[in-house]
Structures are given as structure tokens and as C-alpha cells.
Design a protein around this ligand. Structure first.
Ligand code: ACO
Length: 331
């Protein structure tokens, strides 16, 4: 088993899906006291996609998964593990990955969800790598999917302008001669849970219970604190993972950061001393889609030729928990 235990894991295909309905900053001006100018200058977001009631998280995830299967040439029955990173599951249980399994016909897959908010997709990629390295799985579908429109307080201008819906997917498998996921750094700090969280709806404060008014089932966020920790954690994780991988930042073909706020990305670029044109950015079109954000950006970068086989990319994420991660991947 020694050689199997050391198997590398490569991303062999990607896919993504975003709902058709576009909500612009001008549309939001009609819902809350805000302006296109405020949203654009503070965040860089111009529009986001909003899923209708018929498009659940698992439906978006399944559409992204089909695109990733097509991109990689993998058939559904070859997938032996599905990891769906989400904080907006269709239901508490069964897990969303199980719904995806049925929708795409991945009859041989083991399925579970992963909860790490905006960091979920990269946590999933590292979990997939570990399963493949251990020989426990061969072909893993990792999905980041979130329908944040279902957990946003549409009366709270502090948060509702930031988020959108979507899904991104990647398929990982050992590929001879490729280093694949070269190195990953992950971190968490549960002591800061309350700067970004949903107070109600769980077992602490069940939805519909007497405490639901004080503990709403919608996102609560301290924006300034989130901003500060996001920059610090993503810069440090990027520096650490570059050192672990033995790769200088000049050798990274494309940086793919969590798509939350353009100013956060500019701060990261500045502190890493990397020019902004080497960063993949699409938050202007989608807003922050949580676990889906880096996955959709990865797929768009892949499909638009931002890197080629053999190139190294760096993905970096940050989210509620707090959680964060960075990975260097050889394509
Ligand atoms: N439109 C107009 N005014 C607004 C809006 C809005 N949509 N939202 C807040 N404001 C007001 C506030 O009420 C406040 O007014 P006050 O000063 O009278 O009380 C003022 O704007 C706050 O302005 P700033 O302090 O200049 O706002 P800031 O520069 O901190 O930007 C923002 C706010 C965009 C939320 C920023 O802090 C941020 O991006 N934080 C990171 C949050 C984030 O990305 N969260 C996503 C989830 S976590 C993740 O994915 C990384």
C-alpha cells in the first residue's frame, strides 16, 4: 500500500452553474436604502444571480457537477465520493450530496456534506486529496454550492447587497506524472464565531421556537471585523502554503481568491506583492456565493485559459467559523 498511500491528487475537470436571474445594484436600490455607488466602491460588486424557488442548492450543485463531468470525461458511475460544501443544504438531512448523487446518477458514490462556510470548497478539495492519497477513494467530486438568497435578511442593507447564489465543482483523481494538490494550509478560530453567523435555526435556537425573533435564521455579520481577519488570514495562509510548496509567488500562473470583496483582494495582492492582473476576479458578476465562489472562479479561469497543464495556481479562501485555507495546485 506504500505507493498508494503516496498517490497525488489532481483536479482533472471543473464546472459551474449560476441561475439566470440577475439582480443588479439598481434592483437593490428599490429594496433597501443603498446605492450602486456605495456597493461598487465598498465591494466591487455590480450584480449577483438569484435562484428561483425551484432551483435548490442540490439542483445548482448537480448542474455544476454535470459540467465538471463533461469537462473531465468522467462518467457518473466512476465517482466514488461526493463532497458537497454548503451552508444552505436543501434540508437538515439527508445531506445535499445525496440529492446530487441521485440527480447525476453517481450510483457508486459515498456522499456527505461539509460545513465550513465560504472556505468549504477548499476544505473539500483537501479532504478529497487525503482520501485519494490514502487509497480510500479514486475519483472524487467536490462541490461548493450555496443559495445564500435563502438565508439573507432582505431588510438588512449591511449584508443583503453582498451575496448571491451559485455552484462550482471539481473532479479529483490521481494523474501519473502530476503533483496535483501540492500543499494546503487550513485554519479555524471558533472563538470568533459571532462575527459572521446565523444565530437561529439550529438546535441551540430552533426555527419557529420562542427565541427565533432574537435569533434570526438569517446572516449576521460584523463587516469591519470580518474584513480585517479575512485579509490577515488569507495573506498568512498564502505565504505559508507557498513556503510549504517551495514555490515562489512569481511562479504562480493564477491566484484564485475567495470572491467576497474587491478591496479584500486588493489588500491581499498588495501584501503578497503580486499584481492584480494575476488574480482571477468575477465577484462583480456574482457577488459572494460562499462555498461556490472560489469554485466558480476556478472553473471560469480554467475555461478561459488563465492557466495551462503544468502551471501552478494558488487558491485561497476565508469564511465563517472562522475558517480559512490556501492551496497550491499543479494543473
Ligand atoms: N448601502 C449604503 N450604506 C450602507 C450599506 C449599504 N448597502 N451597508 C452599510 N452601510 C452603511 C452603514 O450603515 C454604516 O453607516 P454609519 O456609519 O452611518 O453607521 C456605513 O455604511 C459603514 O460604512 P463603512 O464603515 O465605510 O463600510 P466598510 O468600508 O466597512 O464596508 C463592508 C462595509 C463592505 C461590509 C466591509 O466591511 C466588508 O466588505 N467586510 C467584509 C465582509 C464580507 O466580505 N463578508 C462576506 C462574508 S465573509 C467572507 O466571505 C470573507
Amino acid at each position: 500500500m506504500q505507493s498508494e498511500q503516496l498517490r497525488t491528487a489532481s483536479i482533472i475537470g471543473t464546472g459551474s452553474y449560476a441561475p439566470d436571474r440577475v439582480m443588479t445594484n439598481a434592483d437593490l436600490e428599490k429594496i433597501v436604502e443603498t446605492s450602486d455607488e456605495w456597493i461598487t466602491t465598498r465591494t466591487g460588486i455590480k450584480e449577483r444571480r438569484i435562484a428561483g424557488p425551484e432551483i435548490t442548492t442540490s439542483e445548482m450543485a448537480a448542474r455544476a457537477a454535470r459540467a465538471a463531468m463533461e469537462n473531465s470525461g468522467v462518467k457518473p458511475e466512476e465517482i466514488d465520493l461526493i463532497i458537497c460544501a454548503t451552508v444552505t443544504p436543501d434540508m437538515f438531512f439527508p445531506n445535499t450530496a445525496c440529492f446530487v448523487q441521485t440527480k447525476i446518477g453517481a450510483v457508486n458514490a459515498v456522499c456527505f456534506d461539509l460545513s465550513a462556510a465560504c472556505s468549504g470548497f477548499l476544505f473539500g478539495v483537501e479532504t478529497a486529496r487525503a482520501y485519494i492519497a490514502a487509497g480510500t477513494a479514486n475519483t472524487v467530486l467536490v462541490i461548493g454550492a450555496d443559495k445564500l438568497s435563502s438565508i439573507v435578511d432582505w431588510k438588512d442593507r449591511n449584508t443583503c447587497v453582498l451575496f448571491g447564489d451559485g455552484a462550482g465543482a471539481a473532479i479529483l483523481r490521481h494523474r501519473e506524472g502530476s503533483r496535483g494538490v501540492v500543499a494546503t494550509r487550513m485554519g479555524s478560530n471558533g472563538a470568533l464565531a459571532e462575527i459572521l453567523y446565523i444565530p437561529g435555526g439550529g438546535s441551540a435556537h430552533p426555527a419557529g421556537g420562542s427565541t427565533s425573533a432574537e435569533n434570526p435564521v438569517t446572516i449576521r455579520m460584523n463587516g469591519r471585523e470580518t474584513y480585517k481577519h479575512a485579509v490577515t488570514a488569507m495573506v498568512e495562509a498564502s505565504q505559508q502554503v507557498l513556503a510549504d510548496a517551495g514555490v515562489p509567488s512569481s511562479e504562480i500562473a493564477c491566484f484564485i481568491p475567495h470572491q467576497a470583496n474587491l478591496r479584500i483582494i486588493e489588500a491581499i495582492a498588495s501584501r503578497l506583492d503580486v499584481s492584480m492582473d494575476r488574480f482571477m476576479i468575477n465577484l462583480d458578476c456574482y457577488g459572494n456565493t460562499s462555498a461556490a465562489a472560489v469554485a466558480i472562479a476556478l472553473d471560469e479561469a480554467n475555461r478561459t485559459g488563465r492557466f495551462k497543464q503544468g502551471d501552478k495556481i494558488l487558491m485561497v479562501v476565508f469564511g465563517g467559523g472562522l475558517t480559512w485555507a490556501a492551496s497550491v495546485v499543479e494543473w
